[in-house]
Design a protein around this ligand. Structure first.
Ligand code: NAD
Length: 270
């Protein structure tokens, strides 16, 4: 029997939005498996979380096409001789919690630029450097599987699903796999300021009855980057405690159960 093959050692993997949250968790997990991680984010300096690791940090605004070109050039000239570029996690993302009627054009443009145009630029810049056995993971969202109220964010993540399938089709013949991971409500800076009502409703609607952790998304993203997922491409994996699978039915089932319990409790005993 073939043992589980990860094959992550000595391959270059770029992670965007990696200064904190899920991106940092992905960078650190990849580093622990011997990957040559190039972690990128908006800040000039690397976060303290990378101290004592082999993670290399570069500033990159994912909306900056010239920045992607410069990163590709750097990888092609400095890193590629020693290790092949075989991975990209398009993780950087921003949210804007406004419904459609309250969404300003500037906010719509900003969210789509980071969440959708950023991954498109990243794939265009780095896929030409990738060969057989490479893997691209796009971090989508449960919002991309639902009508989540955050109009710009939800639209951007649905768009990212489309980009994922287009890229998987286009780059498949070159042996490059492209997949999407759809996190549910994950405890990071992004959700730290979410409305309390949203947090509570999310718990009510999530069959595992808890929120998720950055590490739990990182585990799945790293699996998709690895050779263990060698025949997985064009897939979308929710990491959401069955939130999207349940499609709100947990709420209905819980209400039915509560009503039955109340009726049973008030029924006369004979
Ligand atoms: P986070 O806010 O902790 O991390 C996002 C990172 O992206 C930050 O470090 C930020 O600086 C960086 N970033 C923002 N704009 C950027 C830009 N233009 N260029 C480069 N980097 C930029 O949030 P997170 O929860 O770790 O989010 C990671 C990904 O997961 C995002 O794509 C997000 O949409 C997605 N997601 C998060 C949740 C959640 O509940 N936290 C749920 C579903 C999907």
């Amino acid at each position: 029997m073939t043992p589980l093959l990860l094959g992550l050692e000595d391959r270059v993997v770029v992670v965007t939005g990696a200064a904190g949250g899920q991106g940092a968790a992905e960078a650190l997990l990849l580093d622990s498996y011997g990957a040559r991680v190039v972690a990128t984010d908006l800040a000039d300096a690397p976060p303290a979380a990378f101290n004592g690791t082999n993670v290399t940090y570069r500033r990159l605004d994912v909306t900056d096409e010239a920045g992607w070109t410069a990163l590709a050039h750097e990888i092609a000239t400095e890193l590629r001789d020693s290790a092949p570029l075989k991975g990209l996690i398009n993780n950087a993302g921003i949210t804007h919690r406004a419904r459609l009627g309250q969404t300003e054009r500037a906010d719509w443009d900003r969210v789509l630029a980071v969440n959708l145009t950023g991954p498109m630029l990243g794939i265009q810049a780095l896929a030409p450097l990738m060969g057989e056995g490479s893997s691209i993971v796009n971090i989508g969202s449960a919002a991309a599987l639902t009508a989540h109220y955050t109009a710009a964010y939800t639209a951007s993540k649905w768009g990212l699903r489309g980009l994922t399938h287009v890229a998987a089709t286009e780059y498949g013949p070159r042996g490059i796999r492209v997949n999407a991971v759809h996190p549910g409500f994950i405890e990071t800076d992004m959700t730290a300021n979410a409305p309390a009502a949203m947090r509570g409703a999310q718990l009510d609607l999530t069959p595992l009855e808890r929120l998720g952790q950055a590490d739990e998304v990182a585990q799945v993203a790293v699996f998709l980057l690895s050779d263990a997922a060698a025949y997985v491409s064009g897939a979308e994996i929710p990491v959401d405690g069955a939130f999207t699978s349940s499609a709100g039915v947990k709420y209905m089932a819980d209400r039915i159960a509560a009503a039955k319990a109340a009726a049973d409790a008030s029924a006369p005993t004979t």
